[in-house]
Design a protein around this ligand. Structure first.
Ligand SMILES: Cc1ncc(COP(=O)(O)O)c(C=O)c1O
Length: 384
C-alpha cells in the first residue's frame, strides 16, 4: 500500500487561511544568513570594540522576526504581531548577545576567569563563551530553581557550577563581592558590555521591519534587556534608521514583580524561573525606559504565562520558555489598548527546549501511552 493510502477516507488537514495570508516581512536588505559573522562584526561600528578586541563569537544574533497570526487574531483591529525569537541564538537565549561582548572585552583586558549569578540562561551563555575564549567560568545558581536544560548546558560547556541555598538576588550579591575581591570578571548585566551587545536585538528589529514597532513587549527580570533594547532603539533613531520609538511594555511574573509593585520582593516566586528575581539591578535604566517611551510595567500571573506559552506552541509553532511567554501574556492582557493597525513585537528571550519539564506538565495535547504496537490500534486512536 502506498504511503498515505488507507481503506477509510482520511481526514483532510488544511492550512488555516490566516496562516497562508501572512504578509512577508519587508526586509530592507537581502538576507544572507550563511554569511552572518556574529553581532560584533555585524554591528561593529555601534559597539565599543577596536582592532585590539579578540572577537569571541558563536555567530550569535540575526534571529528571526516571526509573524504571529494566531496572536494577532486575538488582538484584532488589524494589529500586526511579530515574535523576536531570540531562543535561536547559539546557547538558546538572548544572553548570547551580551556575552559575546562581555567575554571578548574580558579577554581583551587579560582576564582569565569570569563569574556570574544566574537563573540559568546567563550561566549557559557565560560558560559557552568563556570556554570558547579559553577562560574559566564560575556560575552561581539558586539551588533547585534552574531549568534542567540550562543546568545541562552549563555543565556540558565546562563551567564550575556552584548551587547556593538562596535565590538569584542573594547569588548576585555574592558574585559582586567575589568579583570585587578576586581576579575574576563579573559578566552579569551590571557589566556594561552586556547591554551593549544586547542592544543589537533592537537594531535587528528595525532592520527587519524598516521602522521601529509601535509597542515592544518584553519579559523583565533583572531589567537588563529592556534597558538594552531602549538604548538600541534610541541609537538607531538618532542615526536616522527609524522615525519613531516604541512604547516599552515590560512584563513581570506576578510573584516576582518588584518594578510593578515599586519595591523589592524578598521571596520572589513564579513558574517562570528565568524571571524569578526580586531586586532588579538595572531598575533605574528600566524606569527611565518606561518614562521616556511612555511605556508601562505590568504583572502577569503564572496561569496567564502558561496560557500564552501553550498558544505560542500549538497556535504558532514556536516553542519558547515560560519566562519568554510573559511578553505575549502581557500583550493579550493589554490588547484593548493597542492602537488599531499598529505593529507589536513580542520578545521571546529563550528557547522552550531549555525547560522540557514545564512543557511536559503544561500542554493540551493528547498523549496516548501503552498502545499495542499494531496498525489497527494506532488508526483507532487516531479516530479513523
Ligand atoms: C528567558 C529569559 N527571559 C527574560 C529574562 C529577563 O531578562 P532581564 O534580566 O534582562 O530583565 C531572563 C533573564 O535571565 C531570561 O533568562
Amino acid at each position: 500500500m502506498g504511503c498515505g493510502a488507507t481503506t477509510s477516507q482520511p481526514r483532510r488537514f488544511e492550512l488555516r487561511p490566516s496562516l497562508s495570508t501572512v504578509p512577508l516581512l519587508p526586509f530592507r536588505r537581502r538576507p544572507a544568513m550563511q554569511d552572518w559573522p556574529g553581532l560584533i562584526e555585524g554591528y561593529r561600528k555601534w559597539l565599543p570594540v577596536s582592532s585590539k578586541t579578540p572577537v569571541i563569537t558563536l555567530r550569535e544574533g540575526a534571529t528571526p522576526l516571526i509573524p504571529a497570526p494566531t496572536i494577532a487574531e486575538r488582538i484584532g483591529r488589524g494589529v500586526k504581531v511579530y515574535l523576536k525569537y531570540d531562543g535561536l541564538n547559539p546557547t538558546g537565549s538572548f544572553k548570547d548577545r551580551g556575552m559575546t561582548m562581555a567575554i571578548s572585552k574580558a579577554k581583551e583586558a587579560g582576564s582569565e576567569a569570569v563569574i556570574c549569578a544566574s537563573t540559568g540562561n546567563t550561566s549557559a551563555a557565560a560558560a559557552a563563551y568563556a570556554r570558547r575564549g579559553g577562560m574559566r567560568a564560575f556560575v552561581l545558581i539558586p539551588d533547585g530553581y534552574v531549568a534542567q536544560g540550562k543546568l545541562a548546558q552549563a555543565l556540558l560547556y565546562g563551567a564550575e557550577v556552584l548551587a547556593v541555598k538562596g535565590n538569584f538576588d542573594r547569588a548576585l550579591a555574592i558574585v559582586r563581592e567575589v568579583a570585587d575581591q578576586y581576579p575574576v570578571t563579573l559578566v552579569n548585566s551590571l557589566n556594561p558590555y552586556r547591554l551593549q551587545g544586547q542592544k543589537t536585538a533592537a537594531f535587528e528589529v528595525v532592520d527587519a521591519l524598516g521602522e521601529a514597532p509601535d509597542w515592544l513587549c518584553i519579559p523583565v527580570g533583572n531589567a537588563g534587556n529592556i534597558s538594552a533594547y531602549w538604548m538600541g532603539f534610541n541609537e538607531y533613531k538618532a542615526a536616522g534608521h527609524s522615525r519613531k520609538l516604541p512604547r516599552m511594555m515590560g512584563f513581570q511574573a506576578a510573584g516576582s514583580a518588584p518594578l510593578v509593585l515599586g519595591h523589592t520582593v524578598e521571596q520572589p516566586d513564579t513558574i517562570a524561573t528565568a524571571i524569578r528575581i526580586g531586586n532588579p539591578v538595572n531598575k533605574e535604566n528600566a524606569l527611565k525606559a518606561r518614562a521616556e517611551s511612555n511605556g508601562d510595567f505590568m504583572a502577569v500571573t503564572d496561569a496567564e504565562i502558561i496560557e500564552a506559552y501553550k498558544l505560542l506552541g500549538a497556535g504558532e509553532g514556536v516553542f519558547c520558555e515560560p519566562a519568554s511567554a510573559a511578553s505575549v501574556a502581557g500583550l493579550i492582557k493589554r490588547r484593548e489598548e493597542v492602537p488599531a493597525d499598529s505593529t507589536v513585537v513580542c520578545v521571546l528571550t529563550g528557547n522552550g527546549l531549555k525547560d522540557p519539564t514545564t512543557a511536559i506538565e503544561h500542554n493540551d495535547s493528547k498523549f496516548h501511552t501503552g498502545l499495542d504496537p499494531v496498525t489497527a490500534t494506532v488508526a483507532q486512536v487516531m479516530g479513523f
